[in-house]
Design a protein around this ligand. Structure first.
Ligand SMILES: CC(C)(COP(=O)(O)OP(=O)(O)OC[C@H]1O[C@@H](n2cnc3c(N)ncnc32)[C@H](O)[C@@H]1OP(=O)(O)O)[C@@H](O)C(=O)NCCC(=O)NCCS
Length: 194
């Protein structure tokens, strides 16, 4: 299925049957840092799904598959590390075939109200390498504010990378997604459609 700036989106919990979609998403080299191990076969994709399918509560954190009407996941948004201060860490990725048309920004903008108001996370944080401006674009479009650069925070393949930090608070302005996004939260019916 082709994605464009108007394709309606659905965010839903991951399922064990999403193995093929996970393998396809991780097939490009720029996804190598998005999992704890290389996703190269059904076994590693299933281990990734063990992790994602277990993220269904405040204690564990949350992970949402991004799909279109065909229900095939093309992306992930996770909120993990939710602590006693009601702070949580956001991460995301998108399969190459759906990139370049605002899919993650609209998904994150739609998910933010649920995370703040239902999951009770007051402060959402994320970080991206400064050489990944599309990730910074996602954060800005979803209503996150830049909080500066952490120098040489990450090391991949012996090379160190500066990381730009972003955060948003429950009290910060909400951003309306530019398309219809339906959020199906764990254990809930549909949360919102914007
Ligand atoms: C980073 C990633 C999630 C972006 O997803 P995406 O939905 O394709 O993002 P887009 O290309 O639509 O860009 C999002 C926004 O950033 C802007 N943007 C993209 N490239 C940009 C650049 N080089 N400079 C400035 N802004 C840029 C876009 O214009 C867009 O805003 P708009 O919708 O208002 O036009 C995706 O490329 C990905 O998964 N990459 C591999 C894994 C990864 O890097 N994950 C993030 C780790 S922090």
């Amino acid at each position: 299925m082709r994605f464009d700036r108007e394709t309606p989106l659905i965010l839903r919990p991951w399922r064990r049957g999403d193995v093929a979609a996970v393998r396809q998403a991780f097939a490009t080299p720029d996804m190598a840092q998005q999992a704890a191990e290389p996703i190269v076969d059904d076994a590693s994709a299933n281990r990734w799904l063990d992790w994602a399918c277990g993220l269904v509560s405040r204690d564990s954190g949350f992970a949402f598959a991004i799909t279109a009407a065909d229900d095939v996941p093309v992306g992930n948004i996770a909120v993990t590390g939710i602590d006693r201060h009601d702070c949580g860490w956001v991460s995301y990725w998108l399969a190459s075939r759906a990139r370049g048309c605002g899919v993650v920004a609209d998904s994150l903008a739609a998910l933010v109200p649920w995370v703040h108001d239902v999951a009770g996370v007051h402060r959402l944080e994320l970080g991206h390498r400064v050489n990944n401006p599309a990730s910074g674009g996602v954060a800005a479009r979803a209503g996150f504010f830049s909080e500066g650069v952490e120098r040489e925070k990450l090391c991949y393949g012996g090379e160190r990378f500066d990381v730009e930090s972003h955060a948003r608070l429950a009290t910060d302005p909400r951003v309306t997604p530019r398309r219809d996004v339906c959020v199906v939260a764990p254990g809930d019916g549909n949360f919102a459609s914007a």
